[in-house]
Write a protein that binds this ligand. Sequence first.
Ligand code: KG4
Ligand code: ZN
Length: 341
Amino acid sequence: MNTPILILGIETSCDETAAAVYHQSKGILSNVFFSQIEIHKHFGGVIPEIASRSHLEKINPIVQTSLNKASVTIDDIDVIAVTNKPGLPGSLLIGVSFAKTVAWVTNKKIIGINHLEGHAFSSFLEHQVPFPHLCITASGGHTSLYLIKGFGDYEILGETRDDAAGEAFDKIAKLLNLSYPGGPIIEKLAHATHYRDFFNYPRGKIKNLDFSFSGLKTAVLYGLIDNKQYDIKTKQLLDDSIELKQQVASSLLVCIADIFQKKIAQALELHPHVKAVTFVGGVACNKYITQRLRTFCEKRNRLFFSPSPQYCTDNAAMIAFVGAYKAQQGLYSDLSLDILE
Ligand code: KG4
Ligand code: ZN
C-alpha cells in the first residue's frame, strides 16, 4: 500500500461521539462531534449505560457529517483510526465495532488508538512542536506528565495517584451546587475575583512527578465545614452565596496552576534538554492556567503550546492525527482489534 493520505478518526471513549478526517499534507479537513453533556448534566456526571446508547444513536450521522464536511466519501478514506482504550467499555465498544464493520465492508485498514496518546499529540494539529518536549495532559479522567521524544515515542514521568485534575473541578463544583462539568463554571467564577488566592489550599506533598488531587476536594470540604458553610450530615451547602463560590473557585485555580507549574519546574531540572512544554486535555481550555504556564515557560526559555479548545476536549482529530503517523510507521491493527488491550 502507498503512504495513506486520508485518515478517518473515530472517538467514543467517554461522552463525546466524534469523527474527523485528516489529510497527510493538508491537515484537518473536518472535526465533528456530538457532546452528551446536556444528557448527563442532570446526574452530575457521566452515566455509562446512557453514554453507550447515545453513541449508538449518533455514530452514523456524526461519521457521515465528518465525511461530508471534508467533501470526501468513505471510498476516499485510506485508513480508519479508532480509540480502543482507555475509556468506558460500553462506549469504546460502539466506536470499535462501528470502525471494524466499516473497515471489513469497505476493505480498509484499521488502527486502534490510545486516547491518551491522542491528547498527548493534539498540539501538533495546529503547531510544529519540537522534540523532545514535556506534555501535561489534564482531563476529567487522567492527569499525566510525559517526556515526548518523537511521534509515538514517549515516556510517562508522572501521573495522578487518585483523582484527575478535571475530576477535582467536577467534584468541587458538585459540592458547591454547581452544574457538570465543573471546570468551565469554576473558571468563570474565578475570573470575577481576579484569581486571588483566598484559602491557600494544600499544594500536595508528593516529591516526585506524580500528582494527587483528591486531597484538594477534602480541603475544600473541611474548609467549608469549619466555617459552618456546609453540613456534613445532610450534605448540604449552607452558604449558597456567589461570593463564597467565587472565592473557592479562584483559590482552586491558583492552587492547581501552582501544582502544574511546580511539576514542570521539577521536570525541567531532570530533563534540561527539553525544548518545549505542551498543555493538553479538557483542563487546558482554562485560560488562567494556560496563561500561567505560558508565562512560566517563557521565563525558562522554553516554547509553550496548548491546542485551541476544540482540540483540548475529547475529539477525533487527535485520533486521526495519531492514526496518520502510525500508518506511516506501518503500525496497523486488524479485525481482531479489541477494546482496552
Ligand atoms: O478531555 P475531556 O473533554 O474529557 C476527558 O477525557 O475527561 O476533559 C473534560 C474535563 C472535565 O473534568 C471538565 O471539568 C474539564 O475538562 N474542563 C475544564 C475546563 N473546561 C473543561 N477545567 C478547567 N477549566 C476549564 N475551562
Ligand atoms: Zn480525553
